[in-house]
Design a protein around this ligand. Structure first.
Ligand code: FAD
Length: 463
């Protein structure tokens, strides 16, 4: 064999977990390389968060252009040149991925292209089509992410597609059936509905967006139906077939079998960790029964010198959670005494309206009298009125004893940005008075957090 190249820290996968971990480890003085078999930026930048938000925004622009008569704005005929929309989306992705490459280089991180496989406790091999090279490492961070689950009876093809296929469609489909009403299904469904597709979402549970509180799901369901989307819950997708031009789904509801034919069927039923073909057993890294790598509160696996972060470990499959774990693992490896703290991980669905949650949810504390729940309607906020977006609310969950904020849910425009303030407050251990006495800019949606805090104090000014 070849001589191994020595590295302090090697990171496998350059997604939001891996590239962040690599940069942080390099900043803390290590000689770092990141191995990537696909594209720098991982799922998030290439086929996840970023391209999906670009399509969602394009849909919102069209939606606003065609539905603003009430404010005296009439556009004769708004049309979509989808090839151009896709070009623009690709340019957004390209800017970001080359930005990540630049940041890695700037911090002295070597980018190694190829597929990594462990050969023993402190060696791995990187394979490219032409060759292989061995590396020895003091520490390794596994950040190989996840891929869409494939149901055998709904096998992917050209008309039966996964989220990556749905992001890269050549045209706006006339009709789109989505199996799975989770965040990815609901977001892509909303984007295409706004762009003109007839969208049907089929969900196995009794409501869409199951990880969010029921009232958030209900609000999004109502809005989606208002926008013409069809939502069927408590259904079981059984099988799908495709021809050159369309796909047909067979599903069951209340014991009755139905069929649906559409231009495309998007199957978005969850993502599985990429742990196979990594040679984990050669490095004594153990996975749980669902294939997730087992880690302690520092991100350390069953092999002392190997860490794992992001979608490959348990917890919500979110880019910011991957990056956070990446920073913690890199700092632990560099000798800092830190552990993860999952008290407040914000989660967002970029639907219409956006919904967001951080910290404790309502379903976790319902009926528990140690908590106070305060809900402020968006309709009482001037900025929301001026945006014509009053369907929504802000909810605080605080402790009764000392009024410390422990949870927040938001439905409405910019919920994805507003949730950051609540996350910071929870992280800092603030109570509702701290928030109520923080001066917020007027007129802004952020004032609703101050209003909700006043409500929690029992002295609301605006309702
Ligand atoms: P990944 O981003 O999956 O990156 C892993 C990388 O490892 C990949 O580049 C892969 O090629 C590489 N790799 C795998 N195996 C090997 C190997 N053996 N050798 C070398 N390289 C390897 N999250 C959010 O927070 N917000 C959102 O709005 C959001 N929207 C999403 C929309 C869609 C359509 C999808 C699919 C996901 C979305 N997510 C979102 C989830 C988010 O993309 C993931 O949580 C995140 O990418 C996980 O980061 P990661 O670093 O763990 O792994």
């Amino acid at each position: 064999g070849d001589f191994p190249i020595e590295l302090d820290t090697v990171v496998i996968g350059a997604g939001p977990g891996g590239y962040v971990a690599a940069i942080r480890a390099a900043q803390m003085g290590q000689k770092v390389a990141v191995i990537e078999k696909g594209n720098v930026g991982g799922v998030c930048l290439n086929v996840g968060c970023i391209p999906s938000k670009a399509l969602i925004h394009a849909g919102e622009v069209l939606e606003a252009a065609t539905h603003s008569e009430f404010m005296g704005i009439q556009i004769e005929k708004a049309t979509v040149d989808f090839a151009k929309t896709q070009e623009w989306k690709a340019s957004v992705v390209n800017k970001l991925t080359s930005g990540v490459r630049y940041l890695l280089k700037k911090n002295g991180v070597e980018i190694i292209e190829g597929e990594a496989i462990f050969v023993d406790d402190n060696h791995l091999r990187v394979m490219t089509e032409e060759s292989g090279q061995s590396y020895s490492f003091e520490h390794a961070i596994i950040a190989t992410g996840s891929t869409p689950v494939e149901i055998p009876s709904l096998a992917y093809g050209t008309r039966i597609i996964d989220s990556t296929g749905a992001l890269n469609l050549p045209e706006v489909p006339k009709s789109l059936v989505i199996v799975g009403g989770g965040v990815i299904g609901c977001e892509l469904g909303t984007a295409y509905a706004h762009l003109g597709s007839e969208v049907t979402i089929l969900e196995g549970a009794d409501r869409i967006l199951p990880p969010f509180d029921a009232d958030l799901s209900k609000l999004v369901t109502k809005e989606m139906e208002k926008q013409g989307m069809k939502i069927e819950t408590s259904v079981m997708a059984k099988s799908a077939t495709e021809t050159e031009t369309e796909a047909t789904l067979v599903y069951e509801k209340d014991g009755v079998e139905h069929t649906l034919t559409a231009d495309y069927i998007l199957v978005a039923v969850g993502r599985k960790p990429n742990t196979k073909e990594l040679g984990l057993e050669m490095a004594s890294v153990e996975v749980d029964e669902r294939g997730f790598i087992q880690v302690d509160e520092c991100g350390r696996t069953t092999n002392e010198s190997i860490f794992a972060i992001g979608d490959i470990v348990a917890g919500p499959q979110l880019a910011h959670k991957a990056s956070y774990e990446g920073k913690v693992a890199a700092e632990v490896i560099s000798g800092k005494d830190v552990t993860v703290d999952y008290r407040a991980i914000p989660a967002v669905a970029f639907t219409s309206p956006e919904v967001a949650t951080t910290g404790v949810t309502l379903s976790e504390i319902e009926g528990d009298d140690r908590f106070v729940v305060s809900t402020f309607p968006l309709a009482s906020n001037g900025r929301a009125l001026s945006l014509n977006a009053t369907d929504g609310f802000i909810r605080f969950i605080s402790t009764k004893e000392n009024k410390i904020l422990v949870g927040c849910q938001i439905a409405g425009p910019s919920a994805s940005d507003l949730i950051a303030e609540a996350t910071l407050a929870i992280e800092a251990g603030m109570n509702v008075e701290d928030i109520a006495l923080t001066i917020h800019p007027h007129p802004s949606l952020s004032e609703t957090l101050m209003d909700t805090a006043e409500l929690a104090q029992g002295m609301p000014i605006h309702i």
